[in-house]
Design a protein around this ligand. Structure first.
Ligand code: PGA
Length: 248
């Protein structure tokens, strides 16, 4: 099995201001962070520059979304080139809030993935089933279909992290159990093996997101196919350091 570097992303969502994010950044900059963990903080787009100028260089910066073309009359949108211009290296795409609050389709997410990768951004590509889909027993079907559209738009998997985020676990305090997370991650890896390649299946980081906290991160991190986390609420608190160090 290829060695997959543990990956922890903090998704600040639409939270904070320069004061509170500045405080968080000071906490992260001065903390002892496991050097075997890749750490990325996803700032609101208006604070990308602020985050990049203030965060220690060992922490990467991500945008939380971007558009599918380089420039033009798309009021309110930002391009991968702009994200790179602010010194950020990553973008989160397909987050469940983009899918379900803003109605982004699989097709649009796929186009964004392709354009971000062409412009040399790393992509944290999010997938995950809703509660009713899990209850109807269609979790696999849903996450495979979402992964398929992403896969059709990826040429270089070296720049992609797949984030499994069950929608029912996001911001609800209802974390997937380590067994539930492992089960889906294992199946996603098998899907990659069958539909992409052995090499990609062995090397792509599949991270878990949904109510990850300092208290539950270690047990989740001990699962063989859980290669890190995408963290919302807890990424705004000092316990984010404990999550970064979950495998230390
Ligand atoms: P949460 O959010 O950790 O607050 O559940 C996770 C996410 O949306 O990435």
């Amino acid at each position: 099995m290829a060695l997959r570097k543990f990956f922890v992303g903090g998704n600040w969502k639409m939270n904070g201001n320069k004061d509170s994010l500045g405080e968080l950044i000071t906490t992260l900059n001065t903390a002892s962070l496991h050097d075997e963990t890749e750490v990325v903080c996803a700032a609101p787009s208006i604070y990308l520059d602020f985050a990049r100028s203030n965060l220690d260089p060992r922490i990467s910066v991500a945008a939380q979304n971007c558009y599918k073309v380089a420039k033009g009359a798309f009021t309110g949108e930002i391009s991968p080139a702009m994200i790179r211009d602010c010194g950020a290296d990553w973008v989160i795409l397909g987050h469940s809030e983009r899918r379900h609050v803003f109605g982004e389709s699989d097709e649009l997410i796929g186009q964004k993935v392709a354009h971000a990768l062409e412009n040399d951004l790393g992509v944290i590509a999010c997938i995950g089933e809703k509660l009713e889909e899990r209850e109807a027993g269609t979790t696999e079907e849903v996450v495979y279909a979402q992964t398929q559209v992403i896969a059709e738009n990826v040429k270089d998997w070296g720049k992609v992290v797949l984030a499994y985020e069950p929608v029912w676990a996001i911001g609800t305090g209802k974390t997937a159990t380590p067994e539930q997370a492992q089960e889906v991650h294992e199946k996603l890896r098998a899907w990659l093996r069958a539909n992409v390649s052995d090499d990609v299946a062995d090397s792509v980081r599949i991270i878990y997101g949904g109510s990850v906290t300092g208290a539950n991160c270690r047990e989740l991190a001990s699962q063989g196919d859980v290669d890190g986390f995408l963290v919302g609420g807890a990424s705004l608190k000092p316990e984010f350091v404990d999550i970064i160090n979950a495998r230390a």
